[in-house]
Design a protein around this ligand. Sequence first.
Ligand code: MG
Ligand code: MG
Length: 249
Amino acid sequence: MAILIKTAAEIEKMRRSGEALSQVHEAVRPLVVVGASTMDLEDAAAAKMESLHAVSAFKGYHGFPAVLCTSVNSEVVHGIPSPKRILADGDIVSVDCGVIVDGFYSDCAVTYAVGTPSPVTRKLLDVTRASLEEAIRQALPGGRLGDISAAVQEMCEAEGFGVVREFVGHGIGRSMHEDPQVPNFGPRGKGPRLKAGMVLAIEPMINAGAPGVKVLPDGWTTITLDGSVSAHFEHTVAITKDGPQVLTR
Ligand code: MG
Ligand code: MG
C-alpha cells in the first residue's frame, strides 16, 4: 500500500488526538509509584479518556482487553494490566496508549522507573529515550526512512543494548497501523523517501541484553528471551516542510 500523505487539516486533527493522548499519559504518570498495580494505571487512563471523549485505539484491537499496554521489566510490549501486578522499587514499566479523536489515531509510549532504578536500567531508559529523539530529528522531507531506523540502531547498539527486530513502528492516521513499517534497525540512506504530510509512530523497543523476544501463552505479553529489562518510548510524528512535529508531546 502506498504511504498516505495527510493534508494540513488532517495533521491538525491528528494534533488534537495527540494532545488528548498526552493528557492521558499525564493522568497516569503520578500513579507510577511503589505499591501501585498496573490496573491502577489502566483505570486512570480509562477515566481520563472518557472525560476527554477520546476512544481507545487498543481495547478490542484483535481482542486486546485494555486501554493501556503495561509492560514491566523484562516485558517488552503488550503487557496486560492486572490488579495482581504490583510495582516494586527498582521496577520499570512501559505505558503504551493509543486514542482515536475525530477519526484520527495517535500512539505514544513512555517507560518509567519505579522508585530507584539500577544504574544499568537508568542507562537503558536514558539511551532509549535519546534514540527516539535522535530518530525524530531524522524525520525530514527528502530524507529516507532508513535514516530514522539507523539513528535508533546506532545509538542503542553503541551502548551494547539489543534492538528488538520482531516489532516496529508504523505509519498512522485514520488507522492505527498504516504503511510504512518503521524498523528500529537498518541502513541509512535506504527505504522510502520521506515527504511532508507523512505521519509516523516511531517507537524504539530496546533490551538491556540480547535482542531476542518471545510472546507468552496469553498471546500478547512479549518478553526478552534472556530475561533482561526492556524499554519502549514512542511518539506520533508528522513530517512537515518546517521539520518534524511531535503530535504527542
Ligand atoms: Mg504504541
Ligand atoms: Mg505504535
